[in-house]
Design a protein around this ligand. Sequence first.
Ligand code: PMP
Length: 404
Amino acid sequence: MAISDLRQQFPILSRTVKGKPLVYFDNAATSQKPQVVIDALTHYYTHYNANIHRGIHTLAEEATMAYEATRHTAQEFINAASEEEIIFTRGTTEGINLVANTWGRQNIMPGDEIIISGMEHHSNIVPWQILCEEKAAVLKVIPVNDNGELLMDAYKALLSNKTKLVSVVHVSNSLGTVNPIKEVIEAAHQVNAKVLIDGAQSAVHLDIDVQEMDCDFFAFSGHKVYGPTGVGVLYGKKDLLQTMPVFQGGGEMIKEVTFQKTTYNDLPYKYEAGTPNIADTIALKAALDFIKETGKSNIRAHEEELLTYATAQLQAIPGLTIIGNAKEKVSLVSFIIKNIHPQDVGVLLDNQGIAVRTGHHCTQPLMARFGIPGTIRASFALYNQKEEVDALITGLHKTIKMLS
Ligand code: PMP
């Protein structure tokens, strides 16, 4: 099926906003959902809603099988070595917090160093700040150049035997930069540091092979890969997950409880306390299957074409500056317009049915690095079309005229 035909599988895209056809360019915040994902949710609630794992009745067995089938699909999606390495979370943020609260609390000692980068999302900054404060450890930051790329020499100079963890974003949600993650990981491993990759933006666009990458942890969110909100995946290498302390206590993560002592469940259940987000986890499988069937290389080719097309047209607008011109970039373009506040642009585009995101994109330190309060960000998905980019450009011309 041609990629343009897939658009019809996303029912929301046929709605209007303010009387205009919806142009949805906020995919980096969350992607829209294909009918198969919506159907998987309603099918579960209509036919086999039950709590999982401990039930012996038919509904419980069906729900458990569907839930665990997602784990298998997620394992394949990122090429993890085993299903035991796939922990279901609420999303990328929870995945990172899980590592900070378990591996971090166990392994970070006073004076140790954690390295992040200057283009991190707040979700990959704040958990490490909290940990560093608690442990009297030190947070170091890889600087970013004017194109929005990591300064790799500066990174390597930061590494030492004090470095215990490097936690870096794979694809920047504000700039679209694809970071040289293999090089980051290799260098960190040379000083015996562990590496967490924030895959929130990369999982939907790039082929992910955690074994080839050799990262120690990898986190992504369901809602950015055409799946539901409230579910995500944390990958961890098995030997690490086995020795890390537990995260939350409660049902499912236990083997046996007495008032004297509790023993913990095997992987991956050790990290999944309480009734999980069953419906959304089940529906995540439909999303991952949808991506697999479409083919990431097809998706990428389509999005690259859109990015190139949009970039050329945006560059031609007087007073417009693109923020983030990395050599390796995917699927989104961030920009500012001289003497116009991004927020005002966002509101006026919305009046024309065009959804973009404006502001700091949860990367305030990165915005400070560029000396700006925020950007206007258009981020693309497989269902976007060149005509929509044209609508954005027309909308921007109108907006600039109204505001200047
Ligand atoms: N990291 C990056 C790079 C992101 O883009 C996002 C979401 N905007 C997150 C982390 C956090 O993801 P979530 O809100 O789904 O936990």
